[in-house]
Design a protein around this ligand. Structure first.
Ligand code: C2E
Ligand code: MG
Ligand code: MG
Length: 646
């Protein structure tokens, strides 16, 4: 009968996997550090798995072969091969469990005691095999050199089974710690290996166990170990996906560790000067240096400018120690080919779990931490991190406020100098929630802009203003139009004009009663489609005012290129003119220049009689300020208008 030699097949398969693994190895595969840190290296354990499978199958095949040609001379060899088979086979099951412990990240931070306890059954089994030549408890050979099982053989199998079951328990307990794809891979491998064991137990003539395991390892290699997609091709370090995966694993399994992220803040500027090749050399040099100072930990290359190391050492200050080393090195130059350059590194240290509870938060922290683009190498300090956290909590407060319908629109009158009465008003956002009451939108509007909430906020303000206008028609309120602040970020949504039109139509408000205040930066975003959107809204009948004129990059060209109803001079200029004659003269000429272009001049921030007199004397058309009224709620502004009309 033709029989397949499964164990030879297992041998060939595992050797192939091993060769492949070793030749496509990544930088991190070169294992350094002590034994425990090696255990943390998943790949190292995988290599051990393959080697155990190769040695088990080789000794088994060898044993069977010798049995066929058995002579007295070969007897001791035959015995040795049988013994080796058991040595490696037990090792295989231990490695299997270690592998699972490793993949789920549950080994990190475990005590020495855990590993000692863990290895006790293994050591006992190996002792049984190694002393077998004296005891014959595991197996023995009769005079005809036929192999027989000894009385303790079931114990050997029990130890193997114990580790497989333990591996399964670890996997089941911590399966949230691995990504879905990885957990499918591991699950399949456990099933395949178990199937092999069961078949071999039932049909002892079918030696398929090692073959099933070799197949399972092949699968592991393809699905899990072959992390080509997880390696940065330039630096050879693990990439951002791997970084997130590792953090997910460690957070889920409640590890205590530090994350050190280094951002090269001025790399971009060199990349414009360098050839691609030179840049790669530099990055490789950096990766090598980072590996050299953190040899016990994996290096991650999160993106081109960002390196990260996870410091699993729970000694207090270990992460800070690493950060210090990085900063010390970045105080010196780097040599790249024939160039000497100084790189700036901003270093962030995040302690888990104290400062981080989930992956999402990690993404946020990383996005925030490097916003501050100060020059030079530096540690992003606690104050800055606290500020980021405040801004995040404000974002959440804002989200809650939107959900709880706590947004309000308040109004501040805009007075026409020539008519001596309120001609328009500015709609200003307020939040009526415990957390944000009394806080100026100046603080949270920029946050809303960054996190996208500005879209909903903008639509809410627009709708509420439309409702207000529909409830109080011009005839009763005496109001011309309402000015709304429009942030450049709102233009990121292409459907903005369409949404405005839908809302406006619903309330039956003519577009001419709505005026958008945009800032200089918004009026200058021609490239990003802002200009088009503004033009579209203009054609639909909305008018525009230029807000905060005179701040930022004041550019007179903007005055010429845009078409505005009003140009609103920033309050800081007015306040400065209180004690600065030059600014006062500037304001006067500015007023004339703006008017000569056909726009109305509006002055915001008028608080005192002196300011009012000055502004009126310089010929300003419209005035807004606390002198007349602060921003007030709808009912109060109606009262204000009524009193004014009487
Ligand atoms: P802004 O558009 O320049 O609005 C004028 C700001 O100056 C308002 O601050 C107003 O209360 C304040 N103000 C007016 N007159 C005086 C005065 O005499 N003295 C002083 N000290 N302040 C005066 P507010 O309401 O805190 O708003 C701050 C900024 O938040 C606004 O500046 C605007 O950029 C933004 N903002 C407010 N509401 C919205 C909104 O609905 N959407 C958008 N995109 N931004 C908004
Ligand atoms: Mg404004
Ligand atoms: Mg303003």
């Amino acid at each position: 009968m033709y029989t397949i030699n499964y164990e030879s097949a297992a041998f060939i398969l595992s050797v192939t996997c091993l060769l492949y693994s070793l030749t496509v190895k990544r930088r991190q595969y070169i294992v350094r550090g002590g034994f425990l840190s090696k255990l943390q290296n998943q790949h190292f354990v995988f290599i051990l798995l393959l080697i155990s499978n190769i040695l088990s199958s080789a000794s088994s095949v060898g044993g069977v072969f010798l049995q066929e040609i058995a002579t007295d001379k070969t007897a001791s060899w035959q015995y040795l091969l049988h013994a080796l088979y058991f040595v490696f086979h037990t090792t295989l099951s231990v490695c299997f469990t270690l592998y699972i412990i490793d993949v789920t990240g549950t080994g990190v931070g475990r005590s020495r005691r855990f590993f000692i306890l863990f290895s006790l059954p293994y050591l006992a089994a190996e002792l049984l095999v190694l002393t077998n030549s004296f005891t014959g408890l595991a197996f023995y050979m009769d005079e005809l050199h036929i192999y027989h099982r000894g009385p303790m053989m079931p114990a050997l199998y029990a130890v193997g089974a114990l580790y497989v079951v333990l591996g399964f328990v670890f996997f089941y307990r911590y399966k949230q710690a691995v990504s879905r794809a990885d957990s499918i891979a591991i699950g399949t491998v456990i099933i395949m290996a178990s199937l092999g064991i069961v078949i071999q137990a039932v049909r002892s003539d079918l030696l398929v166990e090692l073959f099933a395991e070799a197949l399972a390892f092949l699968m592991l290699m393809v699905m899990l170990e072959e992390r080509g997609g997880h390696i940065d091709p330039v630096t050879g370090a693990l990439n951002r996906i791997a970084f997130m995966d590792a953090n997910r694993r460690y957070i889920q399994t409640e590890q205590r560790y530090g994350i050190v992220v280094v951002k090269l803040t001025n790399l971009e500027q060199y990349s414009r000067l360098f050839s691609g090749r030179k840049m790669e050399n530099l990055l490789q040099q950096l990766a090598t240096w980072f590996t050299s100072i953190s040899s016990r930990q994996d290096l991650y290359s999160c993106d081109r400018e960002e390196f990260a190391v996870l410091v699993m050492d729970d000694a207090p200050g270990a992460a800070e120690e690493l950060a210090k080393k990085v900063l010390a090195r970045f105080r010196h130059d780097w040599q790249c080919d024939d160039m000497t350059l100084r790189l700036d590194a901003a270093v962030v240290v995040i302690h888990v779990p104290e400062e981080l509870s989930g992956l999402e938060q990690l993404e946020e922290l990383l996005a925030d931490s490097f916003q501050n683009s100060e020059g030079g190498s530096r540690l992003v300090n606690n104050d800055e991190m606290a500020a980021f956290r405040r801004s995040r909590s404000m974002e959440q407060a804002l989200r809650r406020a939107i959900d709880n319908r706590a947004l309000r629109v308040w109004y501040q009158p805009i007075r026409s100098v020539s008519r001596g009465r309120t001609a328009a008003m500015e709609a200003l956002l307020r939040v009526d929630s415990e957390e944000l009451r009394g806080i100026s939108p100046e603080i949270y509007i920029p946050i809303a802009e960054k996190c996208g909430l500005i879209r909903d906020i903008g639509l809410f303000v627009f709708e509420d203003v439309c409702r207000f206008l529909s409830e109080y028609p011009a005839e009763t309120s005496g109001l011309g139009y309402i000015e709304l602040n429009l942030s450049v970020y709102q233009f990121l949504y292409d459907d903005l004009p369409q949404r405005f039109e839908e809302i406006r139509a619903r309330y039956g408000i003519p577009a001419s009663r709505l005026n958008f205040e945009i800032t200089e930066s918004a009026s200058d975003q021609a490239a990003s489609g802002v200009a088009e959107a503004i033009e579209k809204l203009r054609r639909l009948g909305y008018s525009f005012s230029l807000d905060d004129f005179g701040t930022g990059y004041a550019n007179l060209n903007r005055l010429v290129s845009g078409k505005y109803l009003n140009v609103k001079i920033d309050k800081s200029l007015l306040w400065d003119s209180d004690h600065n004659d030059d600014t006062r003269r500037l304001l006067e000429s500015l007023t004339r220049v703006i008017q000569s272009l056909g726009y109305n001049v509006m002055q915001e921030g008028v608080e005192t009689t002196a300011q009012l007199d000055r502004v009126t004397a310089s010929g300003c058309d419209l005035i807004q300020g606390y002198y007349f009224s602060r921003p007030i709620p709808e009912q109060e502004i109606l009262q204000y208008l009524r009193e004014e009309n009487n």
